[in-house]
Design a protein around this ligand. Structure first.
Ligand code: SAH
Ligand code: SF4
Ligand code: F3S
Length: 475
């Protein structure tokens, strides 16, 4: 999952129901999200909870009565960006003292009341499992107090809340299928900010997918930090909870969602190499609408480094999973996440990452240099001993190689016909539309009369390392 600004909010619906609504009716909420797709998805839950209280969302922070920033802690620079933005919003508070500024998400959970007391940047702090409490927290702030709720839950999945879709286009949507993470990768802050892993009721997931399809959506992405460990009606130890009901694994869930409609594309993120089963791959092979794209973060090509990262697999195990994908699902595009300069990484280790990248031939990658995070296993156990310059140099080498690999991957698509789901008009030209093929490559082609939600067979004629271009095949 990528760390970047992924959304700004737009108009939601207001419903006037009770007294709380009277207080907040007509109030405007500005929601800004940072971090992974999960945060984006959570912002849609937040918009839903607050729309029930009469809030409408605005795209303009200057109109807002309440500004909520849904934040990310994954790397130091992700947090710094949020702090800079918060300082800007705080200046606005001088002119408009009734403005409520809140922090949600992973920074809220990690820093807790420090954000109020030490940094004095906000009025409200709510962690990822506390969003149902937001109406009360905002009331507290309006009443002159500072408000914090950072309780993590073992059960909360927000399964009953219908998200207010904030993305544009009405064609693609995220569905959270689980929350939290029980892995303890030594570099990673997520288990601390998101709490224990819990899966969401499969029926509510299928119902959400069906509803989206009925509204015209044509692609859903199932979200979790480790979707392969999705499980329903069975404990972590493998004990069935209710014998009269079926156990649902991730492969089973994928099949259920695939069956909602063959015209609904299904993607998922993120897979974990230690847990990805052949069952999932066979299910993907069975249904055309399960997109042929897998994001399988490797982090490093060196078994020594992987061990220190506590990833739970070796280079050989990882390559076995890649070979399973290539055998069961030929033509599938594979992407990854890579961290350079983790504690103790030698030149040799780094070369192993480069050689693994070539061996796999990734079509795409998200690449980062290591950023030590407070309280993680790595911070406690290992020295952050690779100089920043070396981390960055290695990152550069990894990026250069990936750029070549992506170029080669897209080059191979020239001459092929890809089925593309139209998402919108190209930003560069009104005469073109864009969408993605099953393998997740952005594809640009002439608009003709196509509209978002159409499937179009496109013959690929041109490419860069980031996109492919083509012409519709007229049948
Ligand atoms: N659950 C997903 C990853 C979520 S975080 C998984 O297990 O793959 C997204 C990516 O951020 C990670 O895959 C990793 O490459 C990167 N990342 C996480 N912590 C980091 C850190 N401390 N420094 C640099 N990159 C990090
Ligand atoms: Fe972090 Fe590892 Fe969990 Fe991914 S699987 S969220 S990297 S602890
Ligand atoms: Fe960031 Fe939290 Fe996601 S740390 S990557 S927003 S789970």
């Amino acid at each position: 999952m990528e760390e970047k600004i992924i959304e700004e909010s737009k108009q939601g619906t207001a419903t006037m129901l009770d007294n709380a609504v009277e207080n907040s009716a007509g109030k405007k909420l500005y929601l800004e999200s940072y971090g992974c797709q999960m945060n984006f998805s959570d912002s849609e839950i937040v918009a839903s909870i607050l729309s029930e209280e009469g809030y409408t969302t605005t795209r303009n922070s200057e109109d807002a009565d309440v500004i909520l920033m849904n934040t990310c802690s994954i790397r130091e620079n992700a947090e710094q960006r949020v702090r800079n933005k918060l300082s800007q919003y705080n200046k606005r508070k001088k002119q408009n003292p009734s403005l409520v500024i809140g922090v949600l998400g992973c920074m809220a959970e990690r820093l807790k009341k420090d954000l109020l007391e030490q940094e004095k940047l906000v009025d409200l702090v709510a962690g990822p499992d506390a969003y149902r409490d937001l109406p009360n927290l905002i009331d507290d702030v309006v009443g002159g107090q500072k408000a914090v709720n950072v309780l993590l839950s073992r059960e909360e999945t927000y399964a009953d809340i219908a998200p207010v879709r904030l993305g544009e286009g009405g064609v693609t949507a995220f569905i959270s299928i689980m929350r939290g993470c029980d892995n303890m990768c030594s570099f990673c802050v997520v288990p601390f900010t998101r709490g224990r892993e819990r899966s969401r009721d499969p029926e509510s997931i299928v119902a959400e997918a069906q509803e989206l399809f009925d509204k015209g959506y044509r692609e859903v992405t199932l979200l979790g930090q480790n979707v392969d460990s999705y499980k329903w009606n069975i404990t972590k130890k493998g004990e069935v909870i209710d014998e009269s009901k079926p156990v649902v694994t991730f492969a089973g869930l994928l099949e259920k969602v695939a069956l909602v409609n063959s015209d609904l594309r299904v993607r998922f993120s993120t897979s974990h190499p230690k847990d990805m089963t052949d069952d999932v791959l066979h299910t993907m092979a069975k249904y055309e609408n399960l997109c042929k794209y897998i994001h399988l973060p490797v982090q490093s090509g060196s078994t020594d480094v992987l061990k220190r990262m506590n990833r739970g697999y070796t280079r050989e195990w990882y390559m076995n999973r890649i070979n399973a994908i290539k055998t069961i699902l030929p033509g599938t595009f594979i992407s990854t996440d890579i961290i350079t300069g983790f504690c103790g990484e030698t030149d040799e280790d780094h070369k192993e990452t480069l050689s693994l990248m070539e061996e796999v031939g990734y079509e795409f990658a998200y690449m980062f240099f290591y950023s030590e995070r407070p309280k993680t296993l790595a911070e406690r156990k290992f020295e952050d001993d690779i100089p920043e310059e070396t981390k960055k140099q290695r990152l550069y080498e990894v990026q250069e190689l990936q750029s070549k690999l992506s170029y080669a991957a897209n080059e191979k698509l020239v001459g092929q016909v890809c089925k593309v789901l139209v998402e919108g008009t190209s930003k560069r030209s009104e005469d073109y539309v864009y969408g993605r093929n099953s393998q997740n490559v952005t594809t640009i082609f002439p608009k003709n009369n196509y509209k978002p939600g159409d499937y179009v067979n496109v013959k690929i004629t041109d490419f860069t390392s980031a996109t492919i271009k083509g012409v519709p095949v007229v049948e």
